[in-house]
Design a protein around this ligand. Structure first.
Ligand SMILES: [Mn+2]
Length: 322
């Protein structure tokens, strides 16, 4: 039985007309993987469309693209839908999810609990980033990991490993990064492009959010909030809240960090972070969320105080503190 990557490479060689999608509010791995796969299709002379309903976030506008990133499916066509970095089919947004039953789906992902929703599923949570899986696909297709393809791959692997600082920083991912650098990628200027993209509005939002920090269970759990009002007053959006939770994790002695972000409908999105054995995915599942052991999230439909109480209680139970 051929491996999933071999089967997907074979499918790509034999087929044409691909739609490439990843989760809404794309992070570096979602966008890096989407763009990298587009570069692969370009190199192979295939027809393809890149799609993300959130569009290309401004902080990635330096990234060389193989084609436009469509925010609507109008005018796109596809015989195959590639879904990247999505732990559940709904993560692609309602427009694409609605037509996913009518086209074969290739599901390439590294989230725990991915229900294998595609016709082809390559789901392996041992990969730190989907971009590392796309690199393996490029290797299988005998394409060199150079130029814009390498930059897109690096964007995914660097951001999903926290620039090679998280627990998922494996020898394999470091060796992949080393290979990209040996093949000509310049990590200094590229890291600067990836990281130095903040607006002063974002700084101001972070200041407001940091000032809401609460410590629970004697400092073992840290929690902060972003409200709609904060985002309106600083002229920022949801993408500016990414990573706030990672900084809460820096508080000394904290085992779990949580951020609650108010959505336009008044519900709260939560993001959880931990290190080591403390399982955030299990806590997120209590609210129908998901993710990885050390990084997970979901939604709570409640007012702020209720959402806080429920999340803190669940974290306390998850960490064995209550
Ligand atoms: Mn990812």
């Amino acid at each position: 039985m051929p491996s999933p990557v071999t089967r997907i490479a074979e499918l790509i060689r034999k087929s044409d007309g691909f739609l490439v999608a990843a989760h809404v509010n794309p992070d570096g791995d979602a966008m890096g993987s989407t763009v990298a796969l587009g570069h692969i299709f370009t190199a192979l002379g295939k027809r393809f469309c890149l799609y993300n309903p959130s569009g290309m976030p401004h902080q990635f506008d330096w990234l060389p693209l193989p084609g436009p990133v469509h925010t609507s499916l109008t005018g796109t066509e596809a015989n195959w839908i590639f879904v990247l970095d999505c732990g559940a089919p709904g993560r692609v947004g309602p427009e694409l999810q609605a037509i996913m039953g009518s086209r074969p789906v290739v599901n390439i992902d590294h989230h725990l609990g991915n229900p294998d929703f595609g016709q082809h599923n390559w789901v392996d949570e041992t990969y730190p980033a989907v971009a590392a899986m796309i690199a393996e696909l490029a290797d299988t297709l005998e394409l060199p990991l150079t130029g814009p393809l390498a930059e897109a791959l690096y964007l995914g692997i660097a951001t999903d490993t926290g620039f090679f600082t998280y627990d998922n920083t494996t020898p394999d991912i470091l060796e992949l990064a080393a290979r990209l650098i040996r093949l000509g990628l310049q990590p200094g200027p590229l890291n600067a492009k990836i990281r130095n993209q903040w607006t002063v509005n974002r700084f101001r939002l972070w200041g407001k959010s940091f000032s809401t920090s609460e410590m629970h269970f004697g400092g073992l759990v840290a929690l902060a909030v972003v409200t709609r009002e904060m985002m309106e007053r600083t002229d920022t959006d949801a993408s500016d809240t990414e990573e706030i939770v990672n900084f809460l994790r820096r508080l000394r002695g904290t085992r779990a960090a949580a951020l609650l972000r108010e959505e336009p409908d008044g519900s709260f999105k939560f993001s959880l972070r931990s290190t080591g054995a403390d399982n955030m995915q299990k806590v997120a599942t209590l609210f129908d969320g998901g993710g990885h052991r050390n990084a997970a999230g979901g939604t709570i439909v409640a007012d702020l105080q209720t959402a806080k109480n429920r999340l803190v209680q669940a974290l306390g139970e998850g960490l064995g503190l209550v």
